[in-house]
Design a protein around this ligand. Structure first.
Ligand code: 1CP
Length: 366
Protein backbone atom coordinates (compact mmCIF):
# COMPACT_ATOMS: atom_id res chain seq x y z
CA UNK A 1 0.00 0.00 0.00
CA UNK A 2 1.55 3.32 -1.09
CA UNK A 3 0.87 6.08 1.44
CA UNK A 4 -1.40 8.84 0.09
CA UNK A 5 0.07 11.76 -1.90
CA UNK A 6 -0.37 14.20 0.97
CA UNK A 7 1.64 11.99 3.36
CA UNK A 8 4.96 13.71 4.27
CA UNK A 9 6.97 10.66 3.13
CA UNK A 10 5.20 10.34 -0.23
CA UNK A 11 5.28 14.12 -0.74
CA UNK A 12 9.08 13.94 -0.13
CA UNK A 13 8.89 16.39 2.78
CA UNK A 14 10.46 13.96 5.25
CA UNK A 15 11.87 11.13 3.12
CA UNK A 16 15.33 12.80 3.04
CA UNK A 17 15.23 14.13 6.59
CA UNK A 18 18.15 13.20 8.83
CA UNK A 19 15.92 10.93 10.90
CA UNK A 20 14.42 8.92 8.06
CA UNK A 21 17.80 8.67 6.33
CA UNK A 22 19.39 7.30 9.51
CA UNK A 23 16.52 4.82 9.97
CA UNK A 24 17.27 3.68 6.40
CA UNK A 25 20.87 3.00 7.46
CA UNK A 26 22.47 6.11 5.92
CA UNK A 27 24.78 8.63 7.62
CA UNK A 28 23.33 12.11 7.06
CA UNK A 29 25.30 15.40 7.44
CA UNK A 30 24.68 15.37 11.20
CA UNK A 31 23.51 12.70 13.65
CA UNK A 32 19.77 13.06 14.23
CA UNK A 33 18.56 13.40 17.81
CA UNK A 34 15.24 13.25 19.67
CA UNK A 35 14.36 12.32 23.25
CA UNK A 36 11.90 9.79 24.58
CA UNK A 37 9.34 11.74 26.67
CA UNK A 38 10.57 15.01 25.15
CA UNK A 39 6.96 16.20 25.35
CA UNK A 40 5.99 16.33 28.98
CA UNK A 41 6.66 17.46 32.44
CA UNK A 42 10.20 18.77 31.94
CA UNK A 43 8.66 21.66 29.96
CA UNK A 44 6.97 24.57 31.79
CA UNK A 45 4.86 25.25 28.70
CA UNK A 46 3.55 21.66 28.92
CA UNK A 47 2.70 21.92 32.61
CA UNK A 48 0.83 25.13 31.88
CA UNK A 49 -1.25 23.60 29.07
CA UNK A 50 -2.09 20.49 31.09
CA UNK A 51 -3.61 22.31 34.10
CA UNK A 52 -7.13 21.00 34.65
CA UNK A 53 -7.04 18.34 31.90
CA UNK A 54 -6.66 14.65 32.66
CA UNK A 55 -3.88 12.91 30.77
CA UNK A 56 -6.08 10.74 28.53
CA UNK A 57 -8.45 13.63 27.82
CA UNK A 58 -5.42 15.66 26.70
CA UNK A 59 -4.37 12.78 24.41
CA UNK A 60 -7.82 12.73 22.79
CA UNK A 61 -8.03 16.51 22.25
CA UNK A 62 -6.47 16.99 18.79
CA UNK A 63 -5.55 20.66 19.24
CA UNK A 64 -3.96 20.03 22.63
CA UNK A 65 -2.16 16.81 21.66
CA UNK A 66 -0.79 18.51 18.56
CA UNK A 67 0.42 21.59 20.43
CA UNK A 68 2.12 19.47 23.12
CA UNK A 69 3.84 17.40 20.41
CA UNK A 70 5.20 20.56 18.78
CA UNK A 71 6.50 22.23 21.96
CA UNK A 72 9.80 20.33 22.28
CA UNK A 73 10.46 20.53 18.53
CA UNK A 74 10.23 24.33 18.64
CA UNK A 75 12.22 24.63 21.83
CA UNK A 76 15.05 22.16 21.28
CA UNK A 77 15.37 21.88 17.50
CA UNK A 78 15.19 18.08 17.69
CA UNK A 79 15.04 16.08 14.45
CA UNK A 80 11.62 14.56 15.14
CA UNK A 81 8.42 15.06 17.02
CA UNK A 82 7.02 12.07 18.93
CA UNK A 83 3.26 12.02 18.94
CA UNK A 84 1.85 13.05 22.31
CA UNK A 85 -0.29 10.11 23.34
CA UNK A 86 0.09 7.06 25.54
CA UNK A 87 0.34 3.31 25.07
CA UNK A 88 -3.07 2.84 26.77
CA UNK A 89 -4.91 5.28 24.47
CA UNK A 90 -6.02 2.50 22.06
CA UNK A 91 -7.40 0.54 25.03
CA UNK A 92 -9.49 3.56 26.07
CA UNK A 93 -10.65 3.96 22.45
CA UNK A 94 -12.07 0.43 22.31
CA UNK A 95 -13.88 0.99 25.61
CA UNK A 96 -11.58 -0.44 28.28
CA UNK A 97 -11.94 1.32 31.65
CA UNK A 98 -8.51 2.96 32.10
CA UNK A 99 -7.23 6.24 33.53
CA UNK A 100 -3.73 7.64 33.95
CA UNK A 101 -3.21 8.59 37.57
CA UNK A 102 -0.71 11.43 38.08
CA UNK A 103 2.52 10.15 39.56
CA UNK A 104 1.45 6.54 39.09
CA UNK A 105 0.64 5.69 35.48
CA UNK A 106 -2.14 3.66 33.83
CA UNK A 107 -4.75 2.22 36.21
CA UNK A 108 -7.60 -0.08 35.07
CA UNK A 109 -11.07 -0.58 36.52
CA UNK A 110 -10.13 -4.24 37.02
CA UNK A 111 -7.27 -6.65 36.42
CA UNK A 112 -7.22 -9.03 33.45
CA UNK A 113 -5.09 -11.69 35.08
CA UNK A 114 -7.11 -14.88 34.55
CA UNK A 115 -8.90 -16.72 31.75
CA UNK A 116 -12.37 -15.39 32.60
CA UNK A 117 -11.24 -11.76 32.63
CA UNK A 118 -9.21 -12.24 29.46
CA UNK A 119 -12.28 -13.74 27.76
CA UNK A 120 -14.30 -10.63 28.61
CA UNK A 121 -11.59 -8.34 27.30
CA UNK A 122 -11.02 -10.24 24.09
CA UNK A 123 -14.77 -10.24 23.39
CA UNK A 124 -14.22 -6.60 22.34
CA UNK A 125 -13.63 -6.51 18.58
CA UNK A 126 -10.25 -4.76 17.99
CA UNK A 127 -11.63 -3.39 14.72
CA UNK A 128 -13.85 -1.02 16.72
CA UNK A 129 -10.70 1.04 17.16
CA UNK A 130 -10.83 2.16 13.55
CA UNK A 131 -14.20 3.86 14.06
CA UNK A 132 -13.05 5.57 17.26
CA UNK A 133 -9.66 6.78 16.05
CA UNK A 134 -10.85 10.14 14.63
CA UNK A 135 -9.13 12.24 17.34
CA UNK A 136 -5.82 10.44 16.63
CA UNK A 137 -6.04 10.97 12.89
CA UNK A 138 -6.95 14.61 13.34
CA UNK A 139 -4.18 15.27 15.88
CA UNK A 140 -1.55 13.64 13.62
CA UNK A 141 -2.74 15.59 10.56
CA UNK A 142 -2.60 18.91 12.39
CA UNK A 143 0.83 18.07 13.77
CA UNK A 144 2.46 17.07 10.49
CA UNK A 145 1.04 20.17 8.77
CA UNK A 146 2.88 22.29 11.35
CA UNK A 147 6.04 20.16 11.38
CA UNK A 148 6.76 20.66 7.67
CA UNK A 149 10.03 18.87 6.90
CA UNK A 150 10.50 17.54 10.44
CA UNK A 151 9.21 13.97 10.68
CA UNK A 152 6.66 12.82 13.25
CA UNK A 153 7.28 9.47 14.97
CA UNK A 154 4.14 7.49 15.75
CA UNK A 155 4.27 4.89 18.51
CA UNK A 156 2.43 2.13 20.27
CA UNK A 157 3.00 -0.18 23.20
CA UNK A 158 4.09 -3.72 22.41
CA UNK A 159 1.63 -6.45 23.42
CA UNK A 160 3.75 -7.60 26.38
CA UNK A 161 4.06 -4.14 27.91
CA UNK A 162 0.30 -3.62 27.52
CA UNK A 163 -0.33 -7.04 29.05
CA UNK A 164 1.97 -6.17 31.96
CA UNK A 165 -0.53 -3.42 32.88
CA UNK A 166 -3.69 -5.30 31.93
CA UNK A 167 -2.90 -8.48 33.88
CA UNK A 168 -2.03 -6.45 36.99
CA UNK A 169 -4.74 -3.82 36.56
CA UNK A 170 -2.07 -1.12 36.88
CA UNK A 171 1.67 -0.48 37.12
CA UNK A 172 3.86 -3.08 38.82
CA UNK A 173 7.51 -3.53 39.49
CA UNK A 174 8.21 -7.04 38.24
CA UNK A 175 5.11 -7.60 36.08
CA UNK A 176 4.44 -10.75 38.06
CA UNK A 177 0.76 -11.11 37.14
CA UNK A 178 1.58 -11.15 33.43
CA UNK A 179 4.52 -13.52 33.82
CA UNK A 180 2.47 -15.86 35.95
CA UNK A 181 -0.44 -15.94 33.49
CA UNK A 182 1.99 -16.65 30.64
CA UNK A 183 2.95 -19.95 32.28
CA UNK A 184 -0.14 -20.78 34.32
CA UNK A 185 -2.54 -20.50 31.40
CA UNK A 186 -0.73 -20.28 28.05
CA UNK A 187 -4.06 -20.36 26.19
CA UNK A 188 -5.45 -17.31 27.98
CA UNK A 189 -2.06 -15.64 27.64
CA UNK A 190 -1.88 -16.08 23.91
CA UNK A 191 -5.46 -14.82 23.54
CA UNK A 192 -4.52 -11.71 25.54
CA UNK A 193 -1.39 -11.18 23.45
CA UNK A 194 -3.16 -11.70 20.12
CA UNK A 195 -5.88 -9.23 21.12
CA UNK A 196 -3.37 -6.64 22.34
CA UNK A 197 -1.40 -7.00 19.10
CA UNK A 198 -4.50 -6.24 17.04
CA UNK A 199 -5.50 -3.21 19.09
CA UNK A 200 -2.05 -1.68 19.33
CA UNK A 201 -1.18 -2.51 15.71
CA UNK A 202 -4.28 -0.66 14.52
CA UNK A 203 -3.34 2.34 16.67
CA UNK A 204 0.13 2.42 15.07
CA UNK A 205 -1.27 2.06 11.57
CA UNK A 206 -3.71 4.92 12.15
CA UNK A 207 -0.82 7.24 13.03
CA UNK A 208 1.27 6.27 10.01
CA UNK A 209 -1.66 6.58 7.59
CA UNK A 210 -2.45 10.03 9.02
CA UNK A 211 1.11 11.28 8.51
CA UNK A 212 3.73 9.78 10.85
CA UNK A 213 7.03 9.13 9.02
CA UNK A 214 8.30 6.38 11.35
CA UNK A 215 6.82 4.03 13.93
CA UNK A 216 8.28 3.04 17.30
CA UNK A 217 7.07 0.00 19.22
CA UNK A 218 7.71 0.41 22.96
CA UNK A 219 8.22 -2.90 24.73
CA UNK A 220 9.38 -1.03 27.81
CA UNK A 221 9.03 -3.95 30.20
CA UNK A 222 10.24 -6.84 28.00
CA UNK A 223 13.51 -6.78 29.93
CA UNK A 224 11.65 -8.64 32.71
CA UNK A 225 11.63 -11.74 30.47
CA UNK A 226 14.14 -14.47 29.73
CA UNK A 227 15.10 -14.79 26.09
CA UNK A 228 13.29 -18.14 25.92
CA UNK A 229 10.03 -16.70 27.30
CA UNK A 230 10.34 -13.70 25.02
CA UNK A 231 10.76 -15.85 21.94
CA UNK A 232 8.00 -18.32 22.81
CA UNK A 233 5.35 -16.18 24.48
CA UNK A 234 5.88 -12.62 23.26
CA UNK A 235 7.76 -12.28 19.97
CA UNK A 236 4.93 -13.67 17.75
CA UNK A 237 2.50 -11.04 19.07
CA UNK A 238 5.03 -8.21 18.60
CA UNK A 239 5.61 -9.40 15.04
CA UNK A 240 1.85 -9.43 14.49
CA UNK A 241 1.54 -5.84 15.81
CA UNK A 242 4.25 -4.67 13.40
CA UNK A 243 2.52 -6.34 10.46
CA UNK A 244 -0.04 -3.55 10.71
CA UNK A 245 2.54 -1.10 9.34
CA UNK A 246 4.81 -3.33 7.27
CA UNK A 247 2.72 -3.02 4.14
CA UNK A 248 2.80 0.80 4.21
CA UNK A 249 5.28 2.15 1.66
CA UNK A 250 6.56 5.41 0.18
CA UNK A 251 8.29 6.04 -3.15
CA UNK A 252 11.97 7.08 -3.26
CA UNK A 253 14.29 7.13 -6.27
CA UNK A 254 12.10 4.72 -8.21
CA UNK A 255 11.84 2.21 -5.37
CA UNK A 256 9.08 1.58 -2.86
CA UNK A 257 10.35 1.59 0.70
CA UNK A 258 8.72 0.48 3.94
CA UNK A 259 7.96 3.02 6.65
CA UNK A 260 10.82 2.66 9.16
CA UNK A 261 10.09 0.77 12.37
CA UNK A 262 12.02 1.16 15.65
CA UNK A 263 11.75 -1.31 18.53
CA UNK A 264 12.76 -0.25 22.06
CA UNK A 265 12.71 -1.74 25.54
CA UNK A 266 14.39 -1.24 28.90
CA UNK A 267 16.90 -3.77 30.22
CA UNK A 268 16.76 -5.74 26.98
CA UNK A 269 20.46 -6.51 26.60
CA UNK A 270 19.71 -10.23 26.20
CA UNK A 271 16.84 -9.59 23.77
CA UNK A 272 18.33 -7.13 21.27
CA UNK A 273 18.69 -9.61 18.43
CA UNK A 274 15.27 -11.12 19.01
CA UNK A 275 13.72 -7.65 19.08
CA UNK A 276 15.24 -6.97 15.68
CA UNK A 277 13.96 -10.26 14.33
CA UNK A 278 10.29 -9.54 15.03
CA UNK A 279 10.43 -7.03 12.19
CA UNK A 280 12.24 -3.88 13.33
CA UNK A 281 14.56 -1.84 11.10
CA UNK A 282 16.21 0.07 13.95
CA UNK A 283 16.74 -1.16 17.50
CA UNK A 284 16.48 1.23 20.45
CA UNK A 285 19.01 0.50 23.19
CA UNK A 286 18.74 1.50 26.85
CA UNK A 287 21.76 2.86 28.77
CA UNK A 288 22.92 -0.48 30.18
CA UNK A 289 24.50 -1.79 26.97
CA UNK A 290 27.11 0.40 25.17
CA UNK A 291 26.19 0.94 21.51
CA UNK A 292 29.25 -0.87 20.16
CA UNK A 293 28.33 -3.94 22.22
CA UNK A 294 24.70 -3.62 21.10
CA UNK A 295 25.82 -3.39 17.45
CA UNK A 296 27.61 -6.74 17.78
CA UNK A 297 24.56 -8.30 19.43
CA UNK A 298 21.91 -7.21 16.90
CA UNK A 299 24.03 -8.28 13.93
CA UNK A 300 25.29 -6.45 10.85
CA UNK A 301 23.58 -3.60 9.13
CA UNK A 302 21.15 -2.53 11.85
CA UNK A 303 20.85 1.18 12.73
CA UNK A 304 20.79 1.84 16.47
CA UNK A 305 19.00 4.44 18.57
CA UNK A 306 20.12 5.57 22.01
CA UNK A 307 21.43 5.59 24.69
CA UNK A 308 22.56 8.34 27.08
CA UNK A 309 21.77 7.47 30.70
CA UNK A 310 19.01 9.94 31.74
CA UNK A 311 20.78 10.26 35.11
CA UNK A 312 23.55 12.20 33.34
CA UNK A 313 21.13 15.03 32.51
CA UNK A 314 21.52 16.29 36.07
CA UNK A 315 25.34 15.92 36.13
CA UNK A 316 27.80 18.84 35.76
CA UNK A 317 28.13 20.09 32.17
CA UNK A 318 31.62 18.67 31.63
CA UNK A 319 30.55 15.20 32.82
CA UNK A 320 27.45 15.28 30.62
CA UNK A 321 29.41 16.45 27.56
CA UNK A 322 31.91 13.62 27.92
CA UNK A 323 29.05 11.12 28.18
CA UNK A 324 27.33 12.54 25.07
CA UNK A 325 30.59 12.29 23.11
CA UNK A 326 31.12 8.72 24.25
CA UNK A 327 27.64 7.71 23.06
CA UNK A 328 28.37 9.33 19.68
CA UNK A 329 31.75 7.58 19.38
CA UNK A 330 30.31 4.18 20.23
CA UNK A 331 27.48 4.85 17.81
CA UNK A 332 30.02 4.71 14.98
CA UNK A 333 29.92 0.91 15.32
CA UNK A 334 26.44 0.86 13.80
CA UNK A 335 25.77 1.72 10.14
CA UNK A 336 23.65 4.62 11.35
CA UNK A 337 22.85 6.15 14.71
CA UNK A 338 19.96 8.19 16.06
CA UNK A 339 20.94 9.85 19.33
CA UNK A 340 18.45 9.47 22.18
CA UNK A 341 18.36 8.76 25.88
CA UNK A 342 18.43 5.25 27.31
CA UNK A 343 14.88 5.88 28.58
CA UNK A 344 12.56 8.86 29.07
CA UNK A 345 13.42 12.43 30.09
CA UNK A 346 13.04 12.72 33.90
CA UNK A 347 10.45 15.41 34.83
CA UNK A 348 13.07 17.29 36.89
CA UNK A 349 15.32 17.87 33.85
CA UNK A 350 16.34 21.46 33.04
CA UNK A 351 15.06 21.91 29.46
CA UNK A 352 18.13 23.98 28.53
CA UNK A 353 20.25 20.89 29.14
CA UNK A 354 18.33 19.08 26.39
CA UNK A 355 18.74 22.02 23.99
CA UNK A 356 22.51 22.00 24.59
CA UNK A 357 22.68 18.26 23.90
CA UNK A 358 20.92 18.77 20.56
CA UNK A 359 23.47 21.46 19.62
CA UNK A 360 26.38 19.25 20.63
CA UNK A 361 25.09 16.20 18.73
CA UNK A 362 24.51 18.28 15.60
CA UNK A 363 27.99 19.87 15.81
CA UNK A 364 29.75 16.49 16.20
CA UNK A 365 31.70 15.21 13.19
CA UNK A 366 29.53 12.31 12.03
O1 1CP B 1 0.24 13.72 33.50
C1 1CP B 1 1.29 13.42 32.91
O2 1CP B 1 2.03 14.28 32.42
C2 1CP B 1 1.55 11.96 32.90
C3 1CP B 1 2.89 11.52 32.43
C4 1CP B 1 2.79 10.81 31.10
C5 1CP B 1 3.13 11.33 29.84
C6 1CP B 1 3.67 12.71 29.51
C7 1CP B 1 2.29 9.51 30.91
C8 1CP B 1 1.75 8.63 31.95
N1 1CP B 1 2.35 9.22 29.56
C9 1CP B 1 2.85 10.31 28.87
C10 1CP B 1 3.04 10.44 27.40
C11 1CP B 1 3.70 9.34 26.70
N2 1CP B 1 3.66 8.04 27.09
C12 1CP B 1 4.44 9.44 25.48
C13 1CP B 1 4.55 10.64 24.56
C14 1CP B 1 5.45 11.73 24.95
C15 1CP B 1 6.91 11.69 24.60
O3 1CP B 1 7.58 10.63 24.58
O4 1CP B 1 7.44 12.77 24.34
C16 1CP B 1 4.92 8.17 25.21
C17 1CP B 1 5.81 7.76 24.05
C18 1CP B 1 4.41 7.30 26.21
C19 1CP B 1 4.59 5.86 26.19
C20 1CP B 1 4.45 5.09 27.43
N3 1CP B 1 3.47 5.16 28.39
C21 1CP B 1 5.29 4.02 27.76
C22 1CP B 1 6.43 3.57 26.91
C23 1CP B 1 7.59 4.48 27.06
C24 1CP B 1 8.34 4.37 28.35
O5 1CP B 1 8.43 5.39 29.05
O6 1CP B 1 8.83 3.27 28.66
C25 1CP B 1 4.85 3.47 28.97
C26 1CP B 1 5.47 2.32 29.72
C27 1CP B 1 3.70 4.20 29.35
C28 1CP B 1 2.87 3.99 30.54
C29 1CP B 1 2.86 5.19 31.38
N4 1CP B 1 2.12 6.30 31.07
C30 1CP B 1 2.34 7.27 31.99
C31 1CP B 1 3.29 6.76 32.93
C32 1CP B 1 3.80 7.51 34.12
C33 1CP B 1 3.62 5.47 32.52
C34 1CP B 1 4.62 4.52 33.19
C35 1CP B 1 4.09 3.94 34.44
C36 1CP B 1 4.95 2.80 34.97
O7 1CP B 1 6.05 3.10 35.50
O8 1CP B 1 4.54 1.63 34.87
Amino acid sequence: VILPDRHPLTAARTSRSRLVRAYRGERPDATPVWFMRQAGRSLPEYRELRVGTRMLDACLDPALASEITLQPVRRHGVDAGIFFSDIVVPLRLVGVDVEIEPGRGPVFGRAYGDAAAVAELTAIDPATLDAEAGPITEAVRRTVDELGETPLIGFAGAPFTLAAYLAEGGPSKDHLAARTLMHADPGAWSALMAWSAEVTGRFLRTQVLAGASAAQLFDSWAGALSLADYETHVAPASARALEFVHDLEYPLDGAELRVPVVHFGVGTGELLRAMREVGADTVGVDYRVPLDVAAARVGDGVPLQGNLDPALLAAPAAVLERAVDEVLERGRSAPAHVFNLGHGVPPSTDPDTLTRIVERVHAWEA
